[in-house]
Design a protein around this ligand. Structure first.
Ligand SMILES: [Zn+2]
Length: 483
């Protein structure tokens, strides 16, 4: 692309404070994370965005396997009749389902559903595979794509097709299924906080927000830079609902025939949206080092002869850092250093390494941190160790910053006046006592747009009265306007 065009490209980001939603779309497009596709509501994940997904995927896959789960793959298409076996499930998903009606030039006898989730097909297979208590537990995960027809879409946050992992487990007892559901919730929270530097609230969903067909749904909820909440992952205790619908039975230790206890859980490409909206700023992306495709970008500085004077040393540094396991790129393009700086800022690379003739003389490198914009001169001796330490520091400082932001945007209220004022004022989480009634929840949503994100697992027993109806409170709920 021409230089002038490129400069305009870098600077054309709507400020976050002016229009957060516009800012988000600008960053996604300009940082080449994703693009729109010819099919409305579907997105193309571009290589830079996909590289972030691969980092997330690897980190999550490792943890899923470490906890005893194995990966498998089930078909994309599901006979419609299977979806109808669990009544709540089909009711919940019916409006979003896409069908295949023809194949091989002929109309199919039975319509096929493009999976909106895989409980139906996996449950059908488990019914075949499980005979005895000795076959349990089954701990299977699959990485795949999902289609849920959406009316309003936004790259990564809500798209008709998305990528995810879905775990589906079957257990001998109710207690084991609950333990699994909560174990995964912890695993999700730990992954998102450690790898993405996004702090989350772990809690249980209300009845009206739970997964269609589940007994209980738990979620992790994050707060984005505009004060709106984002559900980052869910873990469902399915009880015996799907086991009964799909007839997944086993001979128990006492020889009786029983239904298995199930769970399912998923995290999606939406996490990329969470990273962008938690850490990004007016210059573009700010990527946590653990998921950044490049953790450092080397930019050679110099006069016209930089290819002779600076580049050999820059290449040597690149090799040195790569050997130490740092993901590093060297920007050899024929552009001004200033243009390259803006480009790597836009792409959110955690550290920029500037090296020019004077640095070479002093045997040092100038490092610029993306998160704080601090610049420090560091000796080339022991550079890899220094950078490794610095990357850890950036990772934890991003997490702390996001946590502080969340704390500053969380309020506790006890009256409905306070609640409404909080929702109209500075957006964020509002903690309030709630009576447990779906009716109250619906009224609050209609009047303030706020939904119950979840009820944290570690909250103390509540004593107060419902913020809306004044009946005795059942739980302390975290409300927010959400994506
Ligand atoms: Zn109430």
């Amino acid at each position: 692309m021409a230089k002038k065009e490129a400069e305009a490209f870098v600077t054309e980001i709507t400020p976050r404070s002016q229009d957060f939603s516009r800012w988000y779309l600008d960053v996604v497009r300009r940082a080449e994370m994703a693009d729109y596709s010819p099919v409305k509501g579907f997105m193309v994940i571009r290589p830079y965005g996909y590289a972030v997904w691969e980092r997330i995927q690897q980190a999550l896959d490792r943890r899923i396997k470490e906890t005893g789960h194995v990966n498998a793959y089930f078909p994309l298409l599901i006979p419609e009749s299977l979806l109808h076996k669990e009544a709540e499930h089909v009711e919940g998903f019916a409006p979003q389902v896409a069908y295949v009606t023809h194949g091989g030039g002929e109309e199919l006898e039975e319509r096929l559903v493009i999976r909106p989730t895989s409980e139906a097909i996996i449950g059908t297979m488990y019914a075949k595979w499980v005979q005895s208590w000795r076959d349990l537990p089954i701990l299977i995960n699959q990485w795949c794509n999902i289609v849920r027809w959406e009316k309003v879409t936004r790259p990564f946050l809500r798209t008709t097709e998305f990528l995810w992992q879905e775990g589906h487990t079957a257990h001998e007892t109710e207690a084991e299924a609950e333990e699994e559901t909560l174990k995964i919730l912890d695993l999700y929270a730990e992954t998102v906080e450690t790898e993405l530097a996004v702090p989350v609230i772990k809690g249980r969903k209300s009845e009206s927000e739970k997964f269609a067909g589940a007994l209980r749904t738990y979620s992790i909820e994050a707060l984005m830079g505009d004060g709106r909440a984002l559900q980052a992952g869910t873990s469902h205790n399915l009880g015996q609902n799907f086991a009964k619908a799909f007839d997944i039975t086993f001979q128990a230790r006492d020889k009786s025939v029983q239904h298995v206890w199930g769970t399912s859980w998923g995290m999606t490409t939406r996490l990329i949206g969470a990273v962008i909206m938690t850490h990004g700023d007016d210059s573009g992306l700010v990527l946590p080092p653990r998921v950044a495709p490049y953790q450092a970008a080397i930019v050679p500085i110099g006069r016209d002869d930089w290819r002779e004077t600076v580049l050999p040393k820059a290449r040597e540094l690149q090799r040195q850092l790569a050997t130490a396991g740092i993901r590093v790129t060297l920007d050899e393009r024929d552009e001004r250093p200033g243009w390259k700086f803006a480009e790597w800022e836009l792409r959110g690379v955690p550290l920029r390494l500037e090296i020019g003739p004077k640095d070479i003389e002093k045997s040092s490198v100038r490092i610029a941190r993306r998160d704080t914009r601090e610049k420090i001169d560091v000796s080339m001796n022991g550079l890899a160790d220094h950078i490794t330490r610095l990357l850890d520091e950036v990772q934890s400082s991003l997490f702390e910053r996001a946590k502080t932001f969340r704390e500053e945007h969380t309020q506790r209220v006890s009256t409905y006046e306070e609640f409404k004022a909080a929702m109209e004022g500075r957006p964020g989480f509002v903690i309030a006592p709630w009576c447990g009634s779906a009716d109250c929840e619906a009224h609050i949503k209609a009047e303030t747009q706020a939904t119950i994100r979840n009820m944290p697992l570690d909250s103390k027993p509540v004593t107060g009265r419902c913020v809306h109806c004044d009946r005795p409170a059942q739980a302390e709920a975290w409300f927010a306007k959400a994506y």
